[in-house]
Ligand binder design. Structure first.
Ligand code: KIV
Ligand code: ZN
Length: 400
């Protein structure tokens, strides 16, 4: 912990137009099967996340393993413009481990969590409502001794009785928490429900500008991004998310989708983030390389098809005006250019344009011949490449 906190905004301005991006790629993301990273990989990813502009980086769960502890400690020492955060259960040993791991951080946050839903209270914790509140408060108070700020998460908040959740959050604020996270831990909730709950929290919790609400949505029903945006509409000013949407089970809200939705639809939301969106694609690629897990072609924002068009109708439209079929430019997210992929659905306009780029300017008759041979080739191959096109234009057999 350092005394200089000038690099990050003070907590609590709920009316702010700024949405904080809390990245948990290195914690919730990394704990999912297939996505674990060694310390070197985590360090490399952390550098990328800081340059991307995330406000808070959850670097790991120090009590989980000595290596996680070491990774949190090393990353935390290196961050300058991003708050270093470590996860802890509301248990003394976890909190002390998080505090020690964050010792060298420029700005530090301990994220303590405790389940609040009836199911978790009964079967996981075996504790009453008031015991849960006491445990949460003592965890928050203890954590405050080790760091600059404390976030409290009411695990399974979206299946918790709203009145009880409000009571928990009021107690958490009184104990010193400055961020109140209401996770949809099991990805069960719909956007309308999320927005209604956050509106109620914003209205009824005594935050008085001293704490902000945070959303942490899982994707079990494919609604994590929609739910995160709904939370923001209801008053949340922090979104917890991960690159490529990695995370427990079906994953967390995808950072690149949340950020681009806020940007592309800024007249609707009127909110901003600090993210340098041109680094979204490089961040996605780096994570994929470090984990050995590929990104689906059709993944929004960063998938290979996100800015690729094959059908003749779409290509024709794109050649006239890119706004016909693109709502953002590839350069906005760090992708070099739109790809007009030539395949069996493509038409003459795109073929002629690509041939011109390749220095070929066939006359009308030659173009007809090339086009019919192109269609026959495209039926055999899923994608026709530049080498194939040159061969076709030169009257050669691309298969030879
Ligand atoms: O999904 C969840 O509830 C969590 C908490 C630790 C915030 O990851
Ligand atoms: Zn989670």
């Amino acid at each position: 912990m350092t005394t200089d906190s000038s690099s990050t905004a003070p907590p609590g301005d709920v009316a702010s137009q700024q949405v904080r991006i809390f990245d948990t790629t290195l914690r919730d993301g990394e704990q999912a099967p297939g996505f674990s990273m060694n310390r070197q990989a985590k360090l490399r990813m952390a550098q990328m996340l800081e340059s991307l502009g995330v406000d808070v980086m959850e670097t790991g769960f120090p009590a989980a393993s000595p290596d996680d502890f070491a990774a949190v400690a090393e990353i935390s020492r290196q961050l300058r413009n991003t708050t270093a955060c470590a996860l802890a259960r509301c248990q003394a040993a976890d909190i002390e481990a998080a505090g020690r791991a964050l010792e060298g951080a420029h700005r530090s946050r301990i994220h303590v969590f405790l389940s609040t839903s009836p199911l978790h209270r009964e079967f996981k914790l075996g504790k009453s409502k008031s015991e849960v509140i006491d445990l949460a408060c003592s965890g928050i108070e203890r954590a405050l001794q080790y760091c600059d700020e404390v976030e409290f998460s009411a695990e399974d908040a979206l299946r918790t009785e709203p009145d009880y959740l409000i009571e928990v959050f009021n107690a958490a604020i009184a104990a010193g928490a400055s961020t109140l996270n209401a996770p949809d831990t099991v990805g069960f909730t719909t956007p309308a429900e999320v927005e209604a709950l956050f509106r109620q929290l914003y209205r009824e919790v005594r935050h008085q500008g001293r704490a902000i609400f945070s959303a942490h949505c899982h994707d079990d029903l494919g609604m994590a991004v929609a739910n995160s945006l709904a939370a923001v509409a209801g008053g949340a000013r922090q979104i917890e998310c991960t690159i490529n949407g990695i995370g427990e089970r079906a994953g967390n809200a995808s950072l690149e989708e949340v950020v681009m939705a806020l940007k592309v639809r800024s007249p609707l939301y009127g909110l901003q983030t600090r993210i340098d969106t041109r680094k979204l694609y490089p961040a996605s690629r780096l994570l994929s390389q470090l984990t050995g897990q590929s990104v689906p072609r059709n993944k929004a924002i960063v998938g290979e098809n996100a800015f690729a068009h094959e059908s003749g109708i779409h290509q024709h439209g794109m050649l006239k005006h890119r706004g016909t079929y693109e709502i953002m430019t590839p350069q906005d997210v760090g992708i070099a250019e739109t790809r007009l992929v030539l395949g069996k659905h493509s038409g003459r306009a795109a073929l002629r344009q690509r041939l011109q780029v390749l220095g070929q300017q066939p006359d009308e008759a030659a173009m007809e011949d090339i086009f019919s041979r192109f269609k026959a080739l495209a039926d055999r191959k899923s994608e026709v490449h530049d080498d194939d096109l040159i061969a076709l234009a030169l009257g050669q057999d691309p298969d030879a």
